[in-house]
Design a protein around this ligand. Structure first.
Ligand SMILES: Cc1cc2nc3c(=O)[nH]c(=O)nc-3n(C[C@H](O)[C@H](O)[C@H](O)COP(=O)(O)OP(=O)(O)OC[C@H]3O[C@@H](n4cnc5c(N)ncnc54)[C@H](O)[C@@H]3O)c2cc1C
Ligand SMILES: *[C@@H]1O[C@H](CO)[C@@H](O)[C@H](O)[C@H]1NC(C)=O
Ligand SMILES: *[C@@H]1O[C@H](CO)[C@@H](O)[C@H](O)[C@H]1NC(C)=O
Ligand SMILES: *[C@@H]1O[C@H](CO)[C@@H](O)[C@H](O)[C@H]1NC(C)=O
Ligand SMILES: *[C@@H]1O[C@H](CO)[C@@H](O)[C@H](O)[C@H]1NC(C)=O
Ligand SMILES: *[C@@H]1O[C@H](CO)[C@@H](O)[C@H](O)[C@H]1NC(C)=O
Ligand SMILES: *[C@@H]1O[C@H](CO)[C@@H](O)[C@H](O)[C@H]1NC(C)=O
Ligand SMILES: *[C@@H]1O[C@H](CO)[C@@H](O)[C@H](O)[C@H]1NC(C)=O
Length: 534
């Protein structure tokens, strides 16, 4: 298989490979060994491992593949599919898959929650195997020592559910969407409601278990501090397969306060957004602040000022009236609840039961099935005229179901050094922008229009946001920001174009860690960290 040339179209290649894989799957001739033979031979119990392996022959192959494919942009007729999906239930299955994939010239894409914005955990142009971590999702919480061991295949909702089951005063600082996977989330940094108080999720990772390209199982001690540094924020899919993570749990008060204040253009939204840019980053660490900006029909722009505070209404209202009187926050805009209730509330989840957190297939009706997202960092306030230009973009037809969020930095984020982890966007950033352009099934024939609109908005914003490099968040993966579109594995020089945007000066340290652990670049994708001399 290795001798086949890549000159034929990837589609034909995959068909050929897949039929030869099928045809010889049952062959006993060792010289003719297939990936499937290899994996059964490596396994102590080949009957049980066959229950964990899916080829297009198995009737559940498609439903498994699509089970966590979050963005329908990557579930089309022409999207390349894996030859095999392996769903390991123990570490030895991961080791066998890594060994056999190398032997048979197949790439590996590891999938935890499948939320990658560019589908890189389940789509590749080269022949590939998906390692789906769905069966490795235990959550072990040690309340007394305030730590938890969580496997990569768990989703954030499962972690939260298990925390709430044990205590109402300990939390983990992670994101709002309950179906995001631990594996990808922690690999790329991970922010959420508590990040101005306790830092990113990676700032609270104490240990991890990784299987490397040689099948070695490494923990923090045996992998060494450089690799342990790299896997906490250097992005998934570059260094090996992380099986589990040890997390530091953080204290939360029994009551937190959430508030929302909506303002339209007629209610001074532009002025308030302008003021927010200088006020929000300086609010106490116990605050999370975000503005969500959307268009209301064809008439106006609505800015929703969301606040989240670790404390009661009696503290938050006077504090906001003092720091941001123009917003006009009153008690009626606020609600008190427990931390776990706030996860449902802020995540717009149905609040009848915590069981929703265990529903790995829950799809928020607020999230379009097709979407394209981008991120930016803002280091000095955008002038009013700049904001007005952004509103004009939203009034274009493609802006109908778009949303733009400003997420305040500052607090603890500004205190952690930019070199502490690969994630470099710390002090000096006022806030992050997340752009989201969504569209529906029936509009998919016109999806290019929405993609183009998103790119126009991004171009428009260039003069108002961080420059040289224009910073971006790795967990909001965006294949546009390199110089070499999707599909090619880039050289080091090419990779440093997106690498500097995601990691700034930390990029070269990531390259050194990669060179140490995977010099032949087995674990790779369109935006994986390249080793030296590749
Ligand atoms: C609806 C939605 C809401 C989001 N909300 C937030 C948020 O609040 N805060 C935030 O920070 N981010 C958020 N994100 C971004 C999210 O953190 C990233 O998309 C993250 O990479 C998803 O992790 P995953 O395991 O679900 O993804 P996957 O698609 O499974 O994986 C993402 C990448 O990591 C690799 N990977 C996955 N598992 C492993 C593993 N075990 N070992 C090594 N590599 C692995 C994959 O190969 C891929 O390259 C959100 C995304 C979506 C779609
Ligand atoms: C797949 O199915 C075909 C026909 O149904 C069969 O001939 C082939 O052996 C199967 N392949 C595997 C790997 O089981
Ligand atoms: C998939 O099909 C093969 C034979 O075609 C079988 O050996 C294997 O057990 C099936 N996998 C599952 C998970 O059912
Ligand atoms: C915690 O989980 C156990 C087992 O699932 C369940 O029996 C118990 O009721 C839960 N406790 C709480 C407080 O939710
Ligand atoms: C809008 O802001 C201006 C200037 O700060 C102020 O005079 C005016 O009263 C505000 N209007 C509303 C509706 O809040
Ligand atoms: C909004 O404006 C567009 C033209 O720009 C028009 O086609 C559409 O019907 C309008 N929608 C509403 C709800 O007024
Ligand atoms: C639950 O949701 C309902 C409907 O949205 C709302 O009226 C109620 O206040 C919510 N309860 C809590 C505790 O948030
Ligand atoms: C990938 O690289 C090849 C040769 O280096 C080039 O011809 C092709 O245009 C590139 N494709 C993309 C999408 O950049």
């Amino acid at each position: 298989m290795k001798s086949l040339h890549f000159s034929m179209s990837p589609f034909v290649f995959i068909l050929l490979l897949s039929s030869s894989l099928m045809a010889s799957a049952t062959s006993a001739d060792a010289g003719d060994e297939t990936f499937l033979d290899c994996i059964s031979l490596r396994s102590d119990d080949s009957t049980s491992i066959s229950q964990l392996i899916f080829t297009p022959n198995n009737s559940s192959f498609s439903s498994l593949l699509e089970s966590t494919a979050r963005n329908l942009r990557f579930s089309t007729e022409t999207t390349p599919r894996p030859l095999v999906i392996v769903t390991p239930s123990q570490v030895s299955h991961i080791q066998a898959t890594i060994h056999c994939a190398q032997k048979h010239g197949l790439q590996i894409r590891t999938r935890s929650g499948g939320h990658d914005f560019e589908g890189l955990s389940y789509v590749s142009r080269a022949p590939f195997v998906v390692v789906d971590m769905v069966r490795l999702r235990s959550v072990d919480i040690d309340v007394e020592n305030r730590v938890a061991w969580v496997q990569s295949g768990a989703v954030l909702g499962e972690l939260y559910y298990n925390l709430a089951n044990r205590t109402n005063t300990l939390a983990f600082p992670a994101g709002l969407c309950p179906t995001v996977g631990i594996g990808g989330y922690l690999s790329g940094g991970g922010y959420g409601l508590l990040f101005r108080t306790y830092g990113l999720a990676i700032d609270n990772v104490l240990d991890a278990e990784l299987v490397d390209v040689n099948g070695r199982v490494l923990d923090r001690n045996s992998m060494g501090e450089e690799l342990f540094w790299a896997i906490r924020g250097g992005g998934g899919g570059s260094f090996g397969i992380v099986v589990s993570w040890k997390l530091r749990l953080v204290p939360v008060p029994p009551t937190v306060t959430v508030f929302t204040v909506d303002r339209t253009l007629g209610q001074n939204a532009t002025e308030l957004v302008h003021q927010w840019q200088s006020i929000a980053p300086g609010l106490p660490d116990e605050f999370y602040n975000e503005i969500t900006i959307t268009r209301v029909a064809n008439r106006t722009i609505r800015a929703s000022f969301h606040g989240y505070f670790l404390g009661g209404i009696d503290e938050v209202v006077p504090l906001m009236q003092e720091r941001f009187p123009e917003l006009g926050l009153v008690r009626e805009n606020c609600a008190e609840m427990s931390w776990i209730e706030s996860i449902l509330y802020m995540g717009n989840l149905p609040n009848e039961s915590l069981n929703i957190l265990l529903d790995r297939t829950y799809q928020s009706p607020l999230l379009s099935p097709y979407f394209k997202s981008k991120s930016d960092y803002v280091r000095k306030p955008i002038p009013r005229i700049g904001l007005e230009g952004l509103w004009s973009n939203l009034f274009e037809e493609e802006g109908t179901s778009a949303s733009i969020s400003f997420i305040s930095y500052g607090g603890r984020m500004a205190e952690i050094p930019a070199t502490a982890t690969p994630f470099p966007h710390r002090a000096g950033n006022l806030y992050k922008i997340v752009y989201n352009s969504g569209w529906e099934e029936e509009e998919n024939v016109r999806s290019e229009r929405y993609m183009r609109w998103m790119r126009r908005v991004y171009n428009y914003m260039a003069s108002y946001v961080s420059k040289s490099p224009r910073q971006a968040y790795i967990n909001y993966r965006d294949l546009d920001i390199g110089i070499n579109g999707a599909g090619n594995f880039t050289s080091l020089a090419q990779a440093s174009v997106w690498g500097r945007k995601y990691f700034m000066n930390n990029f070269h340290r990531l390259v050194r860690a990669k060179t140490m652990i995977d010099p032949q670049n087995f674990f790779r994708h369109e935006q994986s960290i390249p080793p030296f001399s590749h």
